[in-house]
Structures are given as structure tokens and as C-alpha cells.
Write a protein of this length. Structure first.
Length: 427
């Protein structure tokens, strides 16, 4: 491996078998162990499986979480790993962190790896926060004196000083993430691997964590791999991007180009209609019949002046329940614009009916600024549980304003109020 290469993935694949873990017989399990662990050969029982497409039911009991991943990361690079849920992002980081091993291919990493993959990864619940810091440092190969020199910085950054001598099993998820990130970032790893867990922390901590990752990469020349669904954070932090789709690399390049490619590929912008409810988006509680995004004014395009009409039809299969339908509109960078919801019946009453429902929701003109957005539909029960989510449709708000005296008046921001300035000369 070249001296300036920090990480190298060489045709790495990871396959999982659904349901059973073993081959089914003790003899085959021993043979698999002997061939892969002792002789270093390929799994003799490896089968050709399907890609990991969660949206459809496959015919094979084997799925590829990752397939033929091949790329290199140079020292000091900050790489954003992006893609839809189930694309293989977390699996990629787990392979790099040696939480699990690849089915085929090899991974080479130059230097110590500090990982924050899940809440509490590497922590022992019965040990205190202080004891876990020393344990994690020892795992990274540091001496006790080296860890002691960083201890005050770690505790101060985590904000857990009051609870540092309390067993971590009593920490909240946010506290655990704070301490876990502080340990991973301050114990001098050459490679820092961070999954979506930062979303668990509050806004103040997320800002601190992103600032620390910038310092680690730019100031100290360390390598960072960052997985997130927040495109704004990815673009602010990363210099390069890798887009995964169904376990394979779909695109690699500069972070702006990678995010733009992902956004351009993401989601349908056409109104969607489903004639066959049996295969329509949903489950045994609800099924979506159609979803339309229309101009708020007849015979108009969707633009700032027209407003927007959202029209949803869905079939409810669960009577006498307290169900609600919700819509969350976000930018293509996953910045939330607004979320609205409505009960199917009266608030607090279990009076849903089996049958077809229609929902209209209007956004007034001069509300949302020009740009590309996505609307997600999800359903809940008892105002606590999500019973179905994952349906999205993209839409574009055009900029054809004439209220400023000229067309294509591009202004920043998510909102675009009507230009009602009143100017008076008082001289």
C-alpha cells in the first residue's frame, strides 16, 4: 500500500444468509471455518445471491449487503459515505472497524482506527465512564500515561464530568454518544470512523462534533469516514464522497458532485398512481392509492406565486384505531421545511374506518422559496407509533416571480414571503 494511502478496499463483498446463521450441518460449519480461517480461502458454501433490495421480496435466502467495493482513501481525506437506508453504508464501516469480516476481498488500513458506529459501541455497561475511557485507549494500543494525558480533554468535551464515575449503563443515549465520540476523537486514532449516531446528540453537541472532526482532518491530517443522511453536514465536513446503492458503489468524486448526483437520482418527481392496491406502497394497515403534487392555482405551474396542493388517497384496513396521516417536507439536503399531520377521526378517539380516504393540503402562495424538495408520507397510531413510512415524492418550485420588477429574482432561504416593502421618502 502506498505511503499516502490510509484505507484500501480491494473488491470487498459481504453476504448474509437470511434466517439461519450456519450452513445447517456441523460438518459443513467446520469445513467453512477450516477453509476461511485456517487456509485463508474463499467460503466453499458461498452462493450467488440477490442484492439487498428491501423494497421487494426476493427468491434467494442469501443477500449481498456489499458487492465488489473497490476504492482507496488517502491520508487526510474526509470522505462522506452516502446513500439510502439499506445501501450498505454501516456494513462498510463495520468491515473497516473489524466488527465483522468481509465475505470476499481484502481491506487494508494504515494506522489506528477510532470507531463510533452505534450508541455504546465498545463500552461495558457495568464499568464507569472513566474506566471505559482507559479500556478503549488500551484497545487502541495506547499506554496508561498516554490516556491519562488526554483524560481531562475527553471528559470536558463529552460534558459528562458529573457522571464520569457512574456505570455507563445508567447513561442516556445522548450521554453515551457524547462520551463515545470524545473517546474516539481524542485518543489519537489515525483514522476516525463515524456513523449516523451523531444524530442522537443535541444540536450543540453536533456542532462541537463536526468542528472537532474538521480539526482532526485539516489541523492534524487524520482520515475521517463519515456516514450521514444529513447532506448539509456532509457537504460542510467532507471533501470527497462515495455514493452506495444496493451494496455497490454508484458514484465517487468531490463531495458536491457526489451529493448533487445523489439528489438528482433521488425520488420520483411524477405524480404517482397505484391501480393494484395489493402491490401499492403500504402494509396491512394502510395502502397508498395515489399522491399528487399540483399547482395551487388552476392552469399554472408550481411556482412561488401559485402555491401548492398536495392530494393523497389511501386505503385504511384497520378500523376502530387512532390513526393519523402525516407529511414531512424537506430539502434535498434533508433540511426540514415543515411537518403536518391529521387524525383520521377525532383527536384522541379510536374511530378510524375501513375504506378509502382522501386528504388535501394546500400551501399558500409566497410561502416556499424556489428549489427542489421531497415530501414524505407516513402514518402513525396512538400518536406514538409509526405504522408505515418510506413513501416519498420529489417536487420543484419554480422561480417565475415578477413582483420585484424582473423575472428570475433568486434569493436565498427556504421561505419566500411576498415583497410588500413600503418605501417613503421622509427627507
Amino acid at each position: 500500500m502506498s505511503n499516502n494511502i490510509a484505507i484500501e478496499f480491494n473488491h470487498v463483498s459481504k453476504q448474509y444468509r437470511l434466517g439461519l446463521v450456519s450452513t445447517g450441518t456441523l460438518r459443513h460449519d467446520i469445513n467453512r471455518w477450516w477453509q476461511t480461517s485456517i487456509l485463508g480461502k474463499e467460503d466453499p458454501y458461498l452462493k450467488i445471491g440477490e442484492v439487498n433490495d428491501r423494497a421487494s421480496k426476493g427468491n434467494s435466502e442469501y443477500v449481498w449487503a456489499l458487492r465488489d467495493i473497490d476504492f482507496k482513501v488517502e491520508q487526510g481525506d474526509v470522505v462522506g459515505i452516502i446513500g439510502k437506508n439499506g445501501a450498505g453504508k454501516s456494513t462498510l464501516l463495520k468491515l473497516l472497524s473489524r466488527v465483522t469480516g468481509p465475505t470476499t476481498g481484502t481491506i487494508r488500513a494504515h494506522g489506528r482506527i477510532g470507531s463510533l458506529l452505534e450508541v455504546g459501541t465498545g463500552f461495558h455497561g457495568e464499568m464507569t465512564g472513566r474506566e471505559n475511557i482507559f479500556m478503549n485507549g488500551a484497545i487502541l494500543g495506547m499506554t496508561r500515561n498516554e490516556i491519562q494525558a488526554k483524560l481531562d480533554e475527553i471528559i470536558d468535551f463529552s460534558g459528562c464530568e458529573r457522571y464520569i464515575d457512574t456505570p455507563v449503563k445508567r447513561y442516556s443515549s445522548g450521554m453515551t454518544v457524547r462520551l463515545g465520540f470524545a473517546v474516539a476523537a481524542f485518543l489519537d486514532p489515525e483514522i476516525l470512523v463515524v456513523d449516523e449516531v451523531l444524530a442522537v446528540g443535541d444540536a450543540e453537541f453536533q456542532k462541537k462534533a463536526i468542528g472537532k472532526m474538521k480539526d482532526v482532518s485539516t489541523g492534524e491530517g487524520r482520515t475521517v469516514l463519515f456516514v450521514s443522511h444529513n447532506m448539509a453536514s456532509v457537504k460542510a465536513l467532507c471533501t470527497r464522497g462515495v455514493l452506495l446503492e444496493q451494496g455497490q458503489v454508484k458514484y465517487m468524486g468531490g463531495i458536491k458532485d457526489t451529493v448533487d448526483y445523489y439528489i438528482g437520482e433521488g425520488g420520483s418527481s411524477e405524480n404517482q398512481y397505484f391501480d393494484d392496491l395489493a402491490t401499492a406502497p403500504g402494509n396491512d394497515v394502510v395502502r397508498i392509492k395515489s399522491f399528487e403534487i399540483l399547482p395551487g392555482k388552476p392552469q399554472a405551474n408550481i411556482d412561488i406565486e401559485s402555491g401548492i396542493k398536495f392530494r393523497l388517497k389511501f386505503m385504511c384496513y384497520k378500523p376502530d384505531a387512532m390513526l393519523d396521516v402525516n407529511m414531512h417536507v424537506r430539502t434535498m439536503d434533508d433540511v426540514s421545511v415543515f411537518q403536518v399531520g391529521k387524525m383520521l377521526g377525532e383527536v384522541g378517539k379510536k374511530d378510524s374506518k375501513e375504506g378509502m380516504y382522501s386528504v388535501d393540503f394546500d400551501i399558500n402562495p409566497y410561502t416556499i422559496n424556489a428549489g427542489r424538495y421531497k415530501a414524505e408520507i407516513f402514518f402513525g397510531e396512538n400518536q406514538r407509533y409509526v405504522v408505515y413510512s418510506g413513501f416519498e415524492q420529489c417536487f420543484e418550485v419554480a422561480n417565475t416571480l415578477s413582483d420585484m420588477g424582473f423575472n428570475q429574482a433568486v434569493l436565498p432561504g427556504l421561505l419566500r414571503p411576498k415583497n410588500d416593502f413600503k418605501i417613503q421618502f421622509e427627507g
